[in-house]
Design a protein around this ligand. Structure first.
Ligand code: BG6
Length: 500
């Protein structure tokens, strides 16, 4: 029997103070506060809420509000007027200090008590660690020391990625956290899981009876998952040069999309039932053979009509960097359903367009009964799930061309979110923040999920570290990665579909 524990039910959001560590940083200004502002404007936050920023930079409450305002104006999905901002801003306050300094924590504890009185936040707290990962443990240690995360039902801790640099560091981090707080309090963010279209993979698969019979090795030829970006590393060169495409995108976002595509139907949409099925997929992924992996790094080029510098010329990137900005892998999910079906995944920076897409390529018909000339344009069925932009689901079918005998031609049945639902989709952070306040961890990574995802990529990362690339940079900014990425599919008689 399923245990519907209180943390697994879809409740309304609980009143709470949201405490953001790293509050003077980019993530707070561009993502967290704009998401909270949009939720506020749509009346989806609880009446009792307050937002407390914590960081080292000295700032008054008013300066903090002014610091956040342009971000809300630019990035929030919903735009309010001056009066809306002023009412929202009353709930914002700021505490400055050094995380290692006990005085900060005394001040914070007192301030949170005042918030409870002023805004009816009822001792509930969501601590959002939008800080460099090196601060996760020191901050959670302090939270534990001052006793404000003792009650598992009242306090939640949100951790941004990256969660560890490799399997060993992720394990250590999980272990240390487990000595300080309960796993049910930890919400590890993978913002892709908050995207509407990523969540919709589950409704597409499990709310429609017609796909499940086809969703297996018998009918699926292969699956492709592409997450391409036009952007380079922007101002994050220091972080990215230590990470690279596999750690930054594949270990988390792409593997999670793969899990949703490949998982077995859960018996209920509760956090643990769904995550159990997702982690099963990761455990079934075979170690990636080096011959099934391609790495690339961009040189100078042209992206979207503008000149782009080489990765090695980016700020805070080593002039001889061997970090990959592109990776393409052929993965196999070794289980009954998917045995022998390749999952090709690729991601890269400075590619020709920003597009995230999953393509399920079905097998050809077993026998062509039509005259060869009639099926000259024929192509196998394909289901395309466009995660972003122009979010859509398209199914390729063959139809008879009018008036040309039995000549068939491929067409798409195309469902576009914007055309049907109109308004812009909620930002992933809106969904995830609301889930934190509701206590629903379905879209967050459990400790074992993170470790299983690291286990998938570790053998490859270790191999790559031991055999440095000798051809970097090997693709021009604005190209679809190095030629070897095309060769990876060509040797299987296939090609990447997004670049068609
Ligand atoms: C982040 C990565 O997790 O995801 C970035 O660290 C990347 O490097 C970003 O640009 C992509 O997210 P999105 O939502 O723009 O596809």
């Amino acid at each position: 029997m399923i245990n519907h524990s209180s943390t697994e039910q879809h409740n309304g959001p609980d009143p709470a103070v949201i405490v953001i560590f790293g509050a003077s940083g980019d993530l707070t200004q561009r993502k967290i506060v704009p998401a909270l502002y949009s939720l506020y404007l749509e009346n989806r936050l609880p009446a009792g809420f307050a937002i407390v920023g914590v960081a080292r930079t000295p700032m008054s409450d008013d300066a903090f509000r002014e610091h956040l305002r342009p971000g809300a104006a630019q990035f929030a999905r919903r735009k309010g007027d001056d009066a809306d901002w002023r009412t929202f801003a009353q709930r914002l306050s700021y505490v400055a200090g050094d995380y290692r300094d006990d005085a900060l924590w005394q001040q914070l504890v007192a301030h949170l008590d005042q918030c409870d009185e002023a805004w009816g936040t009822a001792r509930r707290r969501a601590f959002y660690l939008a800080t460099p990962p090196a601060l996760f443990v020191p901050i959670v240690e302090q939270l534990s020391r001052v006793g404000i995360c003792r009650d598992c039902n009242l306090t939640r801790i949100v951790l941004e990625k990256p969660f560890g640099h490799d399997l060993a560091s992720a394990r250590t981090l999980n272990h240390v956290l487990s000595t300080l707080v309960n796993e049910s309090q930890i919400y590890r963010i993978d913002h892709y899981l908050g995207k509407e279209t990523v969540q919709n993979i589950q409704s597409l698969r499990f709310a429609n009876a017609i796909f499940e019979p086809l969703w297996n090795r018998r009918y699926v030829d292969h699956i492709q998952i592409t997450a391409a970006e036009q952007l380079g590393v922007e101002h994050r060169g220091g972080y990215y040069d230590q990470a690279g495409a596999v750690r930054d995108m594949i270990q988390n976002h792409l593997l999670q999309m793969l899990c949703l595509t490949a998982m077995e139907p859960p018996i209920a949409f509760t956090a643990d039932e769904v995550r159990n099925k997702m982690v099963d997929v990761l455990r079934a992924v075979a170690p990636v053979a080096p011959v099934d992996a391609v790495r690339g790094q961009y040189g100078p080029g042209n992206v979207g009509g503008a000149a782009a510098i080489a990765y090695r010329a980016e700020r805070e990137v080593a002039a001889t960097s061997q970090t990959e900005t592109f990776a393409a892998l052929r993965l196999f999910v070794d289980n009954w359903r998917w045995q022998g079906v390749p999952f090709y995944v690729r991601t890269g920076k400075r590619l020709p367009s920003k597009v995230t897409e999953i393509a399920v390529q079905f097998r050809p018909v077993p026998h062509q009964a039509f005259a060869p000339a009639d099926v000259a344009d024929w192509q196998p069925n394909r289901l395309v799930i466009r995660i972003q932009p122009q979010e859509r689901i398209a199914l390729r079918l063959q139809v008879k061309q009018p008036g040309r005998g039995m000549h068939v031609e491929p067409v798409y049945l195309d469902f576009c979110y914007a055309d049907y639902f109109g308004a812009a989709l909620p930002d992933a952070y809106e969904t995830l923040l609301l889930d934190v306040l509701r206590g629903d961890a379905t879209l967050f990574m459990r400790a074992d999920q993170v470790e299983a995802a690291w286990s998938v990529v570790m053998p490859l990362l270790e191999h790559w570290a031991s055999v440095p690339p000798d051809d970097f940079p090997n693709y021009a900014a604005g190209a679809w990665g190095p030629p070897a990425a095309d060769a990876l599919l060509e040797r299987d008689g296939r090609r990447w579909l997004v670049s068609e």
